[in-house]
Design a protein around this ligand. Structure first.
Ligand SMILES: C[S@@+](CC[C@H](N)C(=O)[O-])C[C@H]1O[C@@H](n2cnc3c(N)ncnc32)[C@H](O)[C@@H]1O
Length: 617
């Protein structure tokens, strides 16, 4: 029943008790006094605080008198209790409020999402609640019971930190109007779709709601993602980042941004550890681009430490706005000097050109890759790879620094020698018996983070081999790994490697089985996409592989599925050719940007493959 711990922690933080206890000092405060301020029954408060004290989060100095200790002192936002109560949306603006924001984020939407993890993975009859007592979202089919709102009415003495997740009717923002007809009408179609993933758990008949699989839109209308536990917990089909941007979540958005500042402790303090990158060796005025940089907490540290470098922090528009506002207060000089600037940029799109085409010296991706499943993380990395300088004998390339937790295995015996990454062996080195190779619970934070990424985004932390494969699939070669001492947070430095073709992403060796690449992301130059190009280039790669493999692809046996896939690709190719017309509409310049010319070389190859594998082959 450990799940009650984050629940109690949330109450502690959201009721601003850390700020009350901070003002009281080491003598602490009685639960009667705390109750008078917070407006919740003193016995309930004492039980919650005792549970926290039992876990050494606060201290019970005398019966029913509690004080902060070194752990809970971190949750003190630095604002007074009265300020927090009167303007909870400003609570995390204070400079030292990062950890409080991080705790609040974790014990609110992240904790709630975790409760739905199994429902997201196994939405079977057993795991889907037929009826949720208070919400009225799932009424029995023969029930006439009216739905009940889950929203408690806040009173002046029970301050709510954030707008509650309200299912009650009432005024709504335009963004949510379509979902807000009535609590039931609004929620049921979404939940039905979210909880009915036919492909995942057994027979379709076993579904409570046997309807078509849900579609959770992803950036850039990319592949459809399965709904995450977060989607289920918040009864939303919006991806987390989009959900954060809805007007009713303004406070959560700001809190998230501040929470990222609370993760600074994951980084080391020394130059050597700061992103594991030799920043002092960069040329005067070199450009560092902090991609998905949030409100710039990392860039701020780097910019203060390395005054000879320039920085761009890229993020979504509302986050850049928050960042600029924060920097105007905390470091106005840096913004004024234009040595650091914010840039609204979607990292799924091609990188903008910087300063007359100067390529960045470093792309920094701190706690970004782990937010995304491999297919989408690869897209981000590919965009950066395309914008990277490949370097020359006397010219350094653009480096990529990925900051994420690296998951060790729970056993020894990894073939570290195969990794050939500087520091890789140390990063994977395990402890010795009788300890678990990963030090067991002492390393839990990295695995907690992994689960958090899974429940919120369908993302994940990665092992070093997993990260290496991902980077390699997007044309990056890992060259160095540095762990922050005492933590599994790592900075991994990569340099441009060969840019693989899309088909190569899933075909390490030429074999027919390896051709099952349906659903693999295919990268087509944007100019070609605008003209309606479809994934023919990948087909050419596949065709070459089929020819090289030479066996096993015949129709009618194990090659049937490959054949189906192949024919689909062929249809794409024909479509492309039709669009281009007999002479081809693509300008010479664009043509040279593609890896193959589908109308010429492609046609010959298609013919060969068709002959060999099917039509008379
Ligand atoms: C986990 S935060 C990390 C922030 C920052 N790198 C740090 O370490 O504090 C991930 C960031 O990615 C940003 N993000 C999400 N989707 C994005 C997109 N499509 N384009 C650019 N940034 C995005 C979020 O707004 C968020 O600030």
């Amino acid at each position: 029943m450990i799940y009650h711990l984050p629940s109690c922690l949330r109450f502690f933080e959201a009721s601003h008790i850390p700020e009350l206890l901070s003002a009281a000092g080491p003598a602490g405060l009685s639960v009667i006094e705390i109750s008078a301020s917070v407006g919740v029954d003193s016995v309930k408060i004492s039980h919650i605080l005792r549970l926290l004290a039992t876990h050494h989060i606060i201290q019970e100095c005398e019966p029913d008198i509690f004080a902060l200790n070194r752990v809970s002192a971190l949750l003190d936002s630095g604002r007074s209790f009265t300020e927090c109560q009167s303007a909870p949306e400003k609570k995390y603006d204070a400079e030292c409020a990062g950890v409080a924001a991080l705790a609040a984020l974790n014990t609110d939407e992240l904790f709630k999402a975790s409760a739905y993890f199994t429902d997201a993975l196994l939405p079977s009859r057993e795991t889907i609640p037929k009826r949720v007592a208070l919400t009225g979202l799932f009424t029995r089919s023969n029930s006439t019971e009216p739905s009940v709102s889950v929203t408690p009415t806040p009173t002046s003495s029970t301050p709510t930190l954030l707008p509650p997740v309200s299912l009650a009717p009432g005024p709504v923002s335009p963004a949510t109007q379509s979902l807000s007809r009535s609590p039931l009408a609004r929620a049921q179609p979404v939940i039905r779709r979210l909880l009915s993933r036919s492909q995942l758990s057994g027979a379709v008949d076993d579904r409570l709601f046997p309807v078509s699989p849900p579609r959770v839109p992803t950036p850039d209308t990319g592949p459809v993602l399965a709904p995450t536990a977060f989607n289920l917990s918040q009864r939303t089909a919006l991806p987390y980042w989009t959900w954060l941007e809805t007007p009713e979540n303004g406070t959560r958005l700001a809190r998230f941004a501040r929470a990222m500042a609370g993760t600074e402790g994951w980084m080391g303090a020394s130059d050597a550890e700061l992103c594991a990158f030799p920043f002092p060796e960069l040329a005067e005025g070199a450009l560092v681009v902090d991609v998905g940089g949030g409100i710039g907490s990392t860039t701020l540290r780097l910019a203060e430490r390395f005054p000879n470098l320039r920085f761009i922090v890229q993020d979504r528009e509302p986050v850049c706005r928050l960042g600029e506002d924060a920097w105007k207060i905390h470091s106005p000089g840096l913004i004024k000097s234009r040595r650091v600037c914010f840039q609204v940029h979607d990292f799924f799109k091609p990188q903008p050109m910087h300063d007359d085409g100067i390529k960045p010296a470093v792309f920094l991706l701190r706690v970004v890759c782990h937010d995304w499943p491999d297919t989408l993380a690869r897209r981000i990395l590919l965009q950066l790879r395309r914008a990277a300088d490949e370097g020359a004998p006397n010219k350094k390339p653009t480096y990529l620094v990925i900051g994420d937790h690296l998951l060790p295995y729970a056993c020894a015996g990894t073939k570290v020698s195969e990794l050939k990454v500087d520091g890789g062996a140390e990063a994977l080195q395990g402890a010795h018996w009788p300890l678990l190779a990963n030090l067991g619970a002492a390393s839990a934070n990295a695995y907690w983070m992994d689960m958090t990424m899974q429940v919120i985004f369908g993302g994940q932390e990665r092992t070093l081999p997993e990260l290496r494969l991902l980077a390699q699939s997007a044309g990056w070669r890992l060259i160095r790994v540095a762990r922050v001492e005492g933590s599994l947070f790592a900075h991994v430095v990569a340099e441009p490697g060969p840019l693989p073709s899309a088909s190569a992403l899933k075909i390490p060796t030429p074999s027919v089985a390896g051709l099952m690449t349906v659903g693999v992301e295919e990268e087509i130059p944007p100019a070609m996409v605008e003209r309606g190009a479809t994934p023919v280039m990948d087909m050419l790669g596949a065709a070459r592989t089929l020819l090289r493999a030479g066996t096993g692809g015949k129709r009618g046996n194990s090659g049937e599925r490959v054949w189906g896939w192949w024919m689909q690709r062929k249809a794409y190719a024909d479509e492309n050719d039709a669009r281009r017309g007999p002479t081809g509409l693509v300008a010479e310049k664009e043509k040279s940007a593609t890896t193959a010319s589908p109308g010429g070389q492609g046609r010959g190859l298609l013919k060969k493959v068709s002959q060999y594998f099917g039509e008379g082959g």
